[in-house]
Design a protein around this ligand. Structure first.
Ligand SMILES: [Zn+2]
Length: 491
């Protein structure tokens, strides 16, 4: 018996030495070099290079043994790349048209609509439900079915505990709750001494609101206020010196036609499934994701920290590193899939840099029953592990009741210098999962000087660091696939 056992043991050791599945760091390096090469031109959504990157990832997923979901691995969605104002945009006061681009301009996110309505002045468009402030521009005013003039920015009041950073998006949400017909934004003289309309930008995630939203000049606003013997400049002064709202119904009506056409391009999340062999638990999932898009060649509003420099933003750390990581995790886990109980879904997201568009699209169109997703692991920038400075953070460490115990066990067996962050929110793709009550873990090795610049290159990646993180992550995934219960806990 003893001899037999010994021989068996030796046999096992020799097998282990030669064929034990391992994560290949050479492959990780190959993927990063490819995805972050100059020829990929920064993988901007909707471009030819974005298509090439998606194709590469789908092929890798297939070669890793994953079953490609959706349309051959591609979950298509649109992003907005440009907009046009159609000829029939009009704004008229007493049947006299004022000039598009000069007197007024519909916001990029305005609804297309046609209406005539009474105009109501509602100051800065803030109510007391907003952030617990005591300021209320809507007191004793009915905004229902009216066109609202709202001054941009916030009052100078210090006594109201007002959030000075209130955005126009917050004001739109408030106005929509009041069931207004539309909004006319005007800038105050204090903020914008020259009475000029703002430039209109379109972002890939822009979508049309349900009401028309238009920027008008003070000159046009003053025309609407004339019968009430008021001007924006005077109202602005009055509100700020008396430190109270001065909203009122004007005696003017306004007719408005807004008609914007968006130019859209298609991009894709790439999705592959590693189905477990456990006949019951295979219907539950651990999602493993990383975004593959980046900032293209940079420029204004691209998210670049050097917006004046037009150059390929290679995005080696952000986020070729994460994508390379999940490709090799897929390959590794496929080789040991008999040990898994839950299935694993791998997703390379597009549109992350432009506002988490791909992950938001996935969570609203999940391809698998959302209630069966038991955890989401997000890899975003794992290529700059600085061990001395403990740069590797694991976010979401308290978003499941079971995580603390599970992570403790793994960290004892796979020692790694990691900072555990309890919270499940951070500006990356796991956020929409967490908001949907799915426990999350966020793998990230920290921001650095090259972040969102053309200098985030493959040559600066710490491959030994990635190897440690992927070993650690694979232990977590295996454990999560086998843990009986995983319950979300808000943190
Ligand atoms: Zn980024």
């Amino acid at each position: 018996m003893i001899l037999k056992k010994l021989i068996y043991g030796l046999f096992l050791i020799s097998i282990n030495a030669f064929s034990q599945p391992q994560i290949s760091i050479d492959n990780v390096s190959f993927h990063i070099e490819y995805l972050a090469s100059d020829s990929m031109r920064g993988r901007y959504p909707g471009t030819h290079e974005d298509e090439e990157a998606a194709k590469y990832i789908a092929n890798q997923f297939k070669a890793s043994g994953l079953k490609l979901l959706a349309d051959n691995g591609y979950q298509h969605f649109d992003i907005t790349t440009d907009l046009f104002y159609e000829k029939n945009n009009t704004l008229s006061i007493k049947k006299i048209n004022v000039e598009l681009f000069f007197d007024y301009i519909p916001a990029a996110f305005s609804a297309n609509d046609s209406l005539t309505s009474q105009v109501v002045f509602v100051g800065y468009g803030i109510d007391d439900e907003y952030s617990g402030s005591t300021w209320n521009d809507y007191e004793n005013i009915s905004a229902k079915n009216k066109l609202l003039i709202i001054i941009e920015g916030s009052p100078r009041s210090s006594a109201t505990n007002l959030d000075v950073n209130i955005s126009i998006y917050d004001k739109i949400e408030i106005a929509k709750k009041k069931e207004c017909a539309g909004i006319l934004f005007v800038s105050g003289k204090e903020q914008n001494p020259i009475d000029k309309l703002p430039p209109i930008y379109i972002l890939p995630g822009t979508h049309q609101e349900k009401i028309p939203i238009v920027y008008i000049t003070r000159n046009i606003a003053d025309k609407l206020l004339r019968k009430n013997k008021e001007t924006i400049e005077h109202l602005e002064k009055k509100i700020n010196t008396e430190n109270k709202a001065h909203s009122f119904e004007t005696m003017s009506n306004l007719s408005l036609v807004t008609n914007i056409r968006y130019i859209k391009k298609s991009t894709h999340n790439v999705v592959g499934l590693l189905e477990s062999t456990d006949s019951i638990m295979k219907k539950e999932y651990i999602v493993v994701g990383a975004h593959y898009d980046h900032l293209g060649i940079g420029g204004i509003l691209s998210g670049s920290r050097m917006p004046d420099t037009i150059a390929v933003h290679n995005g080696a750390d952000d986020n070729a590193s994460g994508v390379a990581g999940i490709i090799e995790l897929a390959k590794f886990l496929n080789q040991i899939k008999d040990t898994l109980r839950r299935s694993i879904v791998f997703i390379a997201f597009s549109g992350e840099e432009e506002g988490l568009i791909g992950s938001k699209y996935f969570i609203t169109n999940p391809l698998i029953p959302k209630e069966n997703i038991k955890s989401m692991l997000n890899f975003d920038m794992i290529g700059r592990f600085d061990e001395e400075n403990k740069s590797f953070v694991l976010g979401g460490a308290k978003t499941a009741v079971e995580y603390e115990f599970l992570l403790k066990g793994i960290m004892t067996n796979t020692p790694i210098n990691v900072q555990l962050i309890p919270e499940g929110t951070a500006p990356s793709d796991h956020v929409y999962f967490y908001l949907d009550k799915i426990p999350v873990l966020f793998f990230h090795t920290g921001l650095h000087n090259d972040y969102h610049t053309p200098f985030d290159d493959a040559s600066k990646i710490n491959y030994a660091g990635i190897e440690k993180i992927l070993d650690f992550a694979s232990e977590i995934i295996i454990n999560l696939s086998r843990t009986e219960k995983i319950r979300c806990s808000t943190y």
